[in-house]
Design a protein around this ligand. Structure first.
Ligand SMILES: [Zn+2]
Length: 218
């Protein structure tokens, strides 16, 4: 089974990707992770990506797609994969479809994580990151043992400047605007499933498992 997870930051995609990949043996393909891996490995694609990152530019779509293609091929013949954080726009979705066609692959479900503004603000504004090792914490859901101190390395925790309420609301507006075209695209392909992401992670996970079970795609 091959899945795409869509939804705004704070909707819980990363958490579900982890649960689904562990529970169903699917490969978790996250664009952020791939870029970090390739940079670390110093591969040709990684070095090329670095030239953009060093200039403070976004890594172009064509390069991100090459990296995804490489990962999808590695996952071929296994149980399937989960794409998390990609595609982000209609052009990327169409490129992805042409890659799938070449390798005779298809997406079974596109899951859209629908979360209210209130939930997203609550989740993201409670986030704290370690200045030293970048570990993530959450004031309500995953508080550090000592206030403002990292459990792992003792570093100081801070709130990222873009995790304040106004910036979060603004990011959400921008996301929803660009996502509507993607949602339409996958709705027309009859692959879209919207899940209420205001529920806690365990409940969302159970809803997804039940959906895969009941409405097996062809
Ligand atoms: Zn730390």
């Amino acid at each position: 089974m091959n899945l795409i997870l869509l939804g705004p930051p704070g909707a819980g995609k990363g958490t579900q990707a982890k649960l689904l990949s562990e529970g169903l043996g699917l490969w978790h393909i996250s664009t952020g992770d791939i870029l970090r891996e390739e940079l670390k490995a110093g591969s040709d694609l990684g070095c090329l990506a670095k030239t953009f990152i060093d200039k403070g530019e976004l890594v172009p779509d064509s390069l991100v797609i090459k990296l995804i293609e490489k990962k999808i091929l590695e996952a071929k013949g296994k149980n399937g994969f989960i794409l998390d954080g990609f595609p982000r726009n209609l052009a990327q979705a169409k490129s992805l479809d042409s890659i799938f066609k070449i390798y005779n692959l298809s997406i079974d479900w596109v899951i859209y994580f629908e979360a209210s503004q209130k939930t997203i603000v609550q989740r993201l504004s409670g986030r704290r990151v370690c200045k030293v090792c970048f570990a993530n914490f959450h004031l309500n859901n995953m508080p550090p043992k000592k206030e403002n101190i990292c459990d792992y390395c003792g570093g100081e925790l801070y709130q990222r400047p873009d995790d304040n309420e106004e910036t979060i609301k603004n990011r959400l507006r921008v996301y929803l605007k660009s996502a509507s075209l993607l949602i339409d695209y996958y709705e027309k392909q009859k692959k879209l499933f919207k899940v209420n992401a205001d529920f806690n992670a365990e409940k969302v996970y159970q809803i997804l498992l039940k959906t895969f079970e009941e409405k097996k795609p062809n």
